[in-house]
Write a protein that binds this ligand. Structure first.
Ligand SMILES: Nc1nc2c(ncn2[C@@H]2O[C@H](COP(=O)(O)OP(=O)(O)OP(=O)(O)O)[C@@H](O)[C@H]2O)c(=O)[nH]1
Ligand SMILES: [Mg+2]
Length: 430
C-alpha cells in the first residue's frame, strides 16, 4: 500500500463470545488502522459466527456478496480484523480476486511505512519475519493434517522447511545487527543510570509524544494516526525542584498484537524496562479505556516489566466536560488511585504531573553515608557512576573513602550485598 490509495473493504468476524459493543469499537480501530495505512475504505462487513470457517474464515454466502460488491466498487484489497492462516488468505484471495490482508499484516504495513531510523527499520523487518514464520508454521500444521501425516514427505514440506531455515537465518542476522545498535544505546543508558528515568507507555494514539513535547519542548512527530512513533527518544527535562530527570517517548501498544511481534521491539523497549517510573498515558475520551489499560498492562507483563512504579495519566481532558466526565473521573480515581488527569495539548493539569513526579523523586532517592576501602574498586566505581557525591573525604588511617551520597533506593541492596561480603556493614549508615 504505497503510492496510490487502495480502495478497500473491511471485514470482521465477531465470535458470539465477544460483545457487540466491543467488536464495533474494534472495527472502528481497524478503520483507523486502514486509514493510517493510507487506504480508502469503501465498505464494511461484519458477520457473527460461532466459530470461524476453516476454509474461508467467513461464510461462503458472505464471501460471494463481498466478491460481487468488490467488483462493482473497484475494490482491490480486503482487510480482515482477524488474523488468517495462509491457506485462508489464499482461498479468499482466489475466490474474490482481491489482495487479502489480515490485522497483523496491516499493522506491520504501518510499521514499515512509519519506520524512520535504522533501528526501527530493522525491528520492523524482524517483526515481519517473525510473523511470516508463525504463518508458515500454521501452514505446515494445516498441510500435515490434510495429507494425513504418515509417509508424507512431499515438495510442500520441503519448501516450507527451506523457507523456515531461510527465515531463521535472516532473523539471526537482523538480531545481530540490532544487538550492535543496542551496544551504543546501552552505553548512553549507563551514563544516565544515576539520573531518575521516566518512560511514557500506553496505547497507540493516547498522546505520549504530545506529552513528551509538552514536557521537553521537543518537536516530535505527533498525529491522529496509529503507531506514529516507532523509535524511542530520550531527553532531559527539568523538574520544579531542579532535579535532573530523563524522559523517554516510545512505541505505542495495541491489543491482540501477537506476542512475538512485541518482542521484536525489545531494543526500543529496554528504555521501558530500565525506567524508574512509567507514565501510562491513557486517552480519557476513549469509550473503552479500561480495556485499553488492561491490554497495555498485558504487554508490559509480556515484555517483563514487573512491579514497577506506574502512574496513570488520563490525557485529553479538554475533550471531556459536564457531569458525565465528573462521574467518570470519580470512578477512575476510585479504581486507579495513583492517577492524574491532564491535557497534554493545552497543558491543563501539567503542574499536577510535576508535583507527582517530584513526590516520586523524593521517595525514590535517599542520602546515605558509607566508608569504602580503596581496595574495593568495583564498589567504588559503582557508587561513583550511580549516585551524586555530596561529601567526599579520604581516611588515611583506614585507606578508605568516607562518602555521603544521594542515591536511588533501588541501588542500596546491591551496595549492602557487597559490604556484607566483606563484613563491612558497620561502614554503612542508611
Ligand atoms: N484533544 C486532545 N488531543 C490530544 C491531546 N494529546 C494528544 N492529542 C492528539 O492525539 C493524537 C495522538 O497523539 P500522539 O502524541 O501522536 O499520540 P501517541 O501516543 O504518541 O501515539 P503513537 O505514537 O501513534 O503511539 C494527535 O492527533 C494529538 O494531537 C490532548 O491532550 N487533547
Ligand atoms: Mg507517539
Amino acid at each position: 500500500m504505497k503510492d496510490k490509495k487502495n480502495r478497500v473493504f473491511l471485514i470482521g468476524v465477531r465470535l458470539k463470545s465477544i460483545s457487540k459493543e466491543y467488536y464495533e469499537e474494534s472495527m472502528q480501530e481497524l478503520f483507523h488502522l486502514a486509514d493510517t495505512a493510507g487506504t480508502k475504505c469503501v465498505g464494511t462487513f461484519v458477520q457473527t459466527l460461532e466459530t470461524p470457517n476453516i476454509t474461508n474464515y467467513i461464510g461462503k454466502g458472505k464471501l460471494e456478496e463481498i466478491r460481487d460488491l468488490a467488483k462493482e466498487k473497484e475494490v482491490d484489497t480486503i482487510i480482515f480484523n482477524n488474523n488468517l492462516s495462509p491457506s485462508q488468505s489464499r482461498n479468499i484471495s482466489d475466490f474474490t480476486c482481491c489482495n487479502v490482508v489480515d490485522r497483523t499484516e496491516l499493522i506491520l504495513d504501518i510499521f514499515a511505512k512509519h519506520a524512520r531510523t535504522k533501528q526501527a527499520k530493522l525491528q520492523v523487518e524482524l517483526a515481519q519475519l517473525e510473523y511470516a514464520y508463525t504463518k508458515l508454521k500454521r501452514m505446515w500444521k494445516h498441510l500435515s493434517r490434510i495429507k494425513g501425516g504418515i509417509g508424507f514427505r512431499g515438495p510442500g514440506e520441503t519448501q516450507i522447511e527451506v523457507d523456515r531455515r531461510e527465515i531463521r537465518r535472516k532473523t539471526e542476522y537482523l538480531q545481530k545487527k540490532l544487538e550492535e545498535i543496542e551496544k551504543t544505546s546501552f552505553t548512553k543508558r549507563k551514563k544516565r543510570s544515576g539520573v531518575i528515568s521516566v518512560a511514557l507507555v500506553g496505547y497507540t494514539n493516547a498522546g505520549k509524544s504530545t506529552l513528551f513535547n509538552t514536557l521537553t519542548h521537543e518537536n516530535r512527530y505527533t498525529a491522529d494516526q496509529l503507531f506514529a512513533t516507532l523509535d524511542s527518544k530520550t531527553r532531559l527535562f527539568p523538574t520544579e525542584n531542579k532535579e535532573k530527570l530523563v524522559i523517554t517517548d516510545t512505541i505505542g501498544f495495541i491489543r491482540e498484537l501477537p506476542h512475538k511481534l512485541v518482542t521484536s521491539f525489545q531494543t526500543t523497549l529496554l528504555e521501558v524496562l530500565e525506567a524508574d517510573l512509567l507514565l501510562h498515558v491513557v486517552d480519557v475520551a476513549h469509550p473503552n479505556l479500561e480495556d485499553l489499560i488492561d491490554s497495555v498492562n498485558g504487554v508490559l507483563k509480556e515484555i517483563g516489566v514487573g512491579d514497577k512504579n506506574v502512574l496513570i495519566v488520563f490525557n485529553k481532558i479538554d475533550k471531556m466536560s459536564g457531569t458525565g466526565f465528573k462521574f467518570l473521573k470519580k470512578k477512575l480515581t476510585g479504581i486507579y488511585p495513583d492517577s492524574i488527569f491532564l491535557s497534554a495539548k493545552d497543558r491543563d493539569g501539567i503542574s499536577g504531573l510535576y508535583a507527582k513526579i517530584d513526590e516520586f523523586i523524593r521517595k525514590s532517592k535517599t542520602t546515605i553515608r558509607l566508608k569504602i576501602p580503596v581496595r574495593m574498586q568495583k564498589l567504588i566505581s559503582f557508587v561513583y557512576s550511580n549516585s551524586e557525591i555530596l561529601v567526599e573525604e579520604y581516611d588515611e588511617k583506614e585507606n578508605a573513602y568516607d562518602l555521603e551520597i544521594l542515591i536511588k533506593k533501588r541501588f542500596i541492596p546491591a551496595i549492602k550485598e557487597q559490604m556484607e561480603k566483606e563484613e563491612l556493614m558497620a561502614y554503612l549508615e542508611i
